[in-house]
Write a protein of this length. Structure first.
Length: 221
């Protein structure tokens, strides 16, 4: 039986789990849960995930949510010690975990703070504080990527690249300029060209980015 991924394409974390499944060439049954229509609050979904968040993974009788936990689980179960998350290399695994926490704790929240305020709180301009915060996080990422192709500094992309690229793709699709961050821009372009299934991610990110731009003054971020 294929694993089931409860998915909502505009969600960057959800897209990162689908990208991980594609990188593993895993047979996944994708079930759409429309957050805009509040389908996550339906009793049948709450019975699966009482926290009613997306993405959610169901693998036989095992249910897991939080995208970064899902991504590491998929690699550990279906491609043990893959370059995506090499458990035999303690330092690389620790570096990947650090970057996943960076995405969860710094990068994605800074992006989400901008986009949610525009989409759902009627803001038509990005405040200086929010703009400065995201640029600060991007500057850190730009430093992480100095002299290397991938964020964990190995010769292959990992689930850290997948998670971070999914997050970044949403704000880039909304029009954020990566030119001031040349290492990051080079890396992001490489992710676009390399990650399996990235075209689907790009299409969904562009839909999300277009929705953000449509609510901005002059349609410019």
């Amino acid at each position: 039986m294929p694993v089931t991924l409860y998915h909502f394409a505009p969600s960057a974390p959800s897209r990162s789990s689908l990208l991980t499944a594609r990188a593993l060439k895993l047979d996944v049954d994708v079930k759409i849960v429309n957050l805009y229509a509040k389908e996550q609050l339906k009793p049948e979904f709450i019975s699966i995930n009482p926290q009613h968040c997306i993405p959610t993974l169901k693998d036989d009788d095992f249910v897991l949510w939080e995208s970064r936990a899902i991504n590491s689980y998929l690699v550990n179960k279906y491609a043990a010690n893959s370059d995506l998350y090499p458990q035999s290399d303690t330092r690389t695994t620790a570096t990947i975990n650090r970057l996943l926490y960076f995405d969860a704790g710094s990068l994605y929240p800074a992006i989400r703070a901008i986009c949610v305020s525009i989409l759902f709180m009627s803001e038509t301009k990005i405040s200086k504080d929010k703009r400065d915060k995201l640029n600060e996080v991007f500057a850190h990422l730009n430093t992480f990527l100095e002299g290397c192709d991938w964020v964990a500094k190995g010769s292959n992309y990992t689930i850290a690249d997948i998670a971070i690229a999914a997050s970044v793709s949403s704000i880039v699709a909304a029009g954020w300029d990566l030119t001031p961050f040349p290492n990051m821009k080079r890396w992001f372009d490489k992710c676009c060209a390399t990650l399996p299934g990235y075209e689907d991610n790009k299409e969904a990110a562009e839909m999300y980015g277009n929705a953000v731009r449509s609510k901005l003054d002059k349609g410019e971020i």
